[in-house]
Design a protein around this ligand. Sequence first.
Ligand SMILES: [Zn+2]
Length: 70
Amino acid sequence: MTEHTDSNEATQCPLCGKPNECAVAAGRDAGSCWCMTVTMSPSALASIPAEAQGKVCICARCAAGVRAAD
Ligand SMILES: [Zn+2]
């Protein structure tokens, strides 16, 4: 699987590929993003691919430490 969807990359969770519902990626105010009110799981943050770190948001489910594929 080597699909490249440039326009959607910022809105997809790099861990599970589902919509991350990031307010910033959607063109809304960062303060309205769900990520401002949750605590990110350290293990989830650590599993973000290096090329995606600092660029792509993960989704709420992954941020909470829930694994998509278990
Ligand atoms: Zn996710």
